[in-house]
Design a protein around this ligand. Structure first.
Ligand code: GLV
Ligand code: GLV
Length: 322
């Protein structure tokens, strides 16, 4: 008999029903996130933990759960909130949700990119403030995307989906990554691999799609921003700490780059005040995967991973070894 499946947030009913086929399910009284103390007191005896990126699941949590813990299923593709080595050292399977959120996140990336380059947020604020305006040829001009170069940092599934959209917008694609993408992918996307410094110096839009690791924390710092074109835009829909947010606020204030589109923040849910006050920044509250269809698919994938492991099978989508 397995211990309970501890779920740290509210999940759709069909997903809870699926989890109940694996064992009793504990859910929090409100959507959370659970604070650290509540997390630690909810896990003792758990066979599985279904977590979100708000939950830091590390050795302390695994030890609080006890030796019956068999799987931690993150409802996210990113898993920087999990101490994977500590969990695996305790024989705990660790899973994420790749694939099911690729298109939703790529769509949101383009939505934010258009929001900043075409000044959509600024225009909407103007209307809602009931500011007088009229159509004029020179009014609120933005920057076009056609013929521009998109620089993708991390050509994984989401980076590739963003690249496909960029091609449809008439952009040229360059990318940087630890390894070259497979040749058929490079061909499909007509994408050239560049060292990061060259990508930053040539791209009109730099879009971040690498995971957050110790190697990518503050990848985009003051020095990196200084090598970008003054007409370039930075888009971040991966994890906030990939960008040094204070350095970005300074760069935007100094005109080092033209603008930024951000779905994620270094100290979520806080946003650097220097970004909040700028019109050339498009902001969203971590909505990359936030469609009903995608969030349901993510939660169901996590449930399938839990059910597989608790039935003694291999998980569908274990996190990759880095
Ligand atoms: C969301 O940010 C995710 O990693 O899925
Ligand atoms: C703009 O509204 C146009 O008609 O060109």
């Amino acid at each position: 008999m397995n211990g309970p499946v501890v779920v740290t947030t509210t999940l759709p009913d069909p997903v809870l029903d699926r989890l109940r086929t694996a064992g009793p399910v504990w859910t929090p009284p409100d959507p959370g996130p659970l604070d650290r103390g509540a997390l630690l007191t909810s896990v003792p005896g758990a066979a599985a933990i279904v977590a979100t990126l708000n939950d830091r699941i590390d050795a302390e949590v695994a030890d609080a759960a006890g030796p019956g813990l068999r799987v931690v299923a993150n409802v996210a593709v990113g898993f920087d909130n999990l101490d994977v080595p500590a969990l695996r050292a305790r024989g705990v399977e660790v899973t994420n949700t790749p694939g099911v959120l690729t298109d939703a996140t790529a769509d949101l990336t383009f939505g934010l990119l258009l929001a900043v380059t075409r000044r959509l947020g600024e225009g909407e604020r103007l209307l809602r403030a009931r500011t007088p305006w009229s159509f004029q040829l020179g009014f609120m001009l933005g920057s076009g995307l056609q013929g521009k170069t998109l620089g993708i940092v991390g050509l994984g599934q989401i980076g590739r989906a963003v690249a496909r959209r960029a091609l449809a917008f008439g952009m040229r694609v360059v990318y940087t990554g630890r390894n070259p993408a497979p040749a058929p992918v490079e061909r499909e996307l007509s994408a050239t691999r560049l060292p990061l410094a060259d990508l930053l110096a040539t791209a009109d839009v730099v879009s971040l799609h690498c995971p957050l690791t110790e190697g990518t924390r503050h990848l985009i710092d003051a020095d990196a921003l200084a090598t970008m074109k003054p007409t370039a835009f930075l888009v971040n829909t991966t994890r906030g700490p990939v960008v040094d947010e204070a350095a970005l606020a300074t760069a935007l204030a100094d005109g080092v780059i033209a603008g930024a589109a951000l779905d994620v923040f270094e100290h979520e849910p806080d946003v650097h005040p220097g970004l909040l006050e700028r019109d050339n920044v498009a902001l969203a509250p971590h909505l990359g995967s936030a469609t009903t269809e995608t969030r349901t698919a993510m939660a169901m994938r996590a449930a399938e991973n839990v059910c597989a492991v608790l039935a003694g099978a291999a998980p569908l989508t274990p996190v990759p070894i880095r």
